[in-house]
Design a protein around this ligand. Sequence first.
Ligand code: NAD
Ligand code: WQD
Length: 337
Amino acid sequence: MKILVTGGAGYIASHTNVELLKEDYEVVVLDNLSNSVEESIHRAEALSGKSITFYQADLLDYETLDAVFKAEKFDAVIHFAGLKAVGESCQIPLRYFDNNITGTINLLKAMEEHSVKKLVFSSSATVYGHAKEMPIKEDAPLSAMNPYGRTKLIIEDMLRDIYASDNSWDIALLRYFNPIGAHESGEIGEDPNGIPNNLVPYIAKVAVGALDNIHVFGNDYDTPDGTGIRDYIHVVDLAIGHVKAIEKLNSNPGLVTYNLGTGVGYSVLEIIKNYEAACQKALPYVIDPRRPGDAAVCYSDASKAERELGWVAKRGIKEMCEDSWRWQSKNPNGYNK
Ligand code: NAD
Ligand code: WQD
């Protein structure tokens, strides 16, 4: 089976490529390298001993996209490509709407034109907005908290509309919680541009000596230690979830939606403690005010994915921190981009 992986040089996709190749899928990556480097593709090839076809192209360029679909006969698409920084999306919303929504519309047009109607879409727990009930189930109310989240919600709505109009599509909406960690080899991992926005990449930079202090955004939440609680999921477990989703699409399920999380929440201070154990040093932190827009607590009910995909996250917080640290310490400057 030949899979188009959009955004295939990125963090989650590079781990998914390894899992797809392991299961003998043919992988074709399309990425404009706006937030990644080609090296991640070569490392995924080296880890799996198999090759990946790579097109450096932008989803906004429909002609090239069409040519790629013509040249390759895809059986399915995993659509990771998108901009993902919440804060940046509030500064330049139009760029996010154009890149994420127009890019997806182009992809869907090319899929329809070439009769490729199996799609896995990278959605996010952000589509639940500030959920009232924990753990969050797939049928919880949806809302957007920021322009980035709005792009995910709009794309989900578009896909529901497309499926309603033509039920020959098979679509899996995967709502990721907080992906962290890296491949156990330490060869591929997350390599954000500039100062990281997310907690664990920030901690990793402090651990490796590139940044001075961790900033804990608020210790006055209504949680046991006052810091925010999230459902962190190991990126390799998440990657395996995509292989399971492709298998599911092969049984023609129609449009399906799954939370991919562990169902367990950890606080910021618990993550710092676990990371200290992994890197075997004390990590200095300061308490800052709350970050606007942050929820106190967010964790999944991932039992639907377990029931219907036979998928469950197996790696715990210890492995998440150890694997993140292995990647960061082996590659202090990431992929050296
Ligand atoms: P990433 O930035 O590492 O990967 C995204 C890739 O898409 C990058 O390689 C980038 O160069 C590429 N890209 C962006 N716009 C493109 C375009 N117009 N044409 C071609 N390529 C383009 O991000 P990631 O963390 O691996 O996230 C992958 C997907 O999962 C994204 O859609 C993101 O919104 C979603 N997601 C991520 C998280 C998270 O915390 N990392 C959580 C939930 C959902
Ligand atoms: C985790 C916790 C912060 C940084 C984001 C997106 C979400 C999804 C995943 C894409 C929170 C605290 C953070 C720091 C801190 N992405 N924190 N110091 O905000 O849960 O989710 O990534 O879809 O849409 O919003 O992740 O890692 O930024 O924050 O104290 O330097 O760590 O307040 O409690 P978040 P995060």
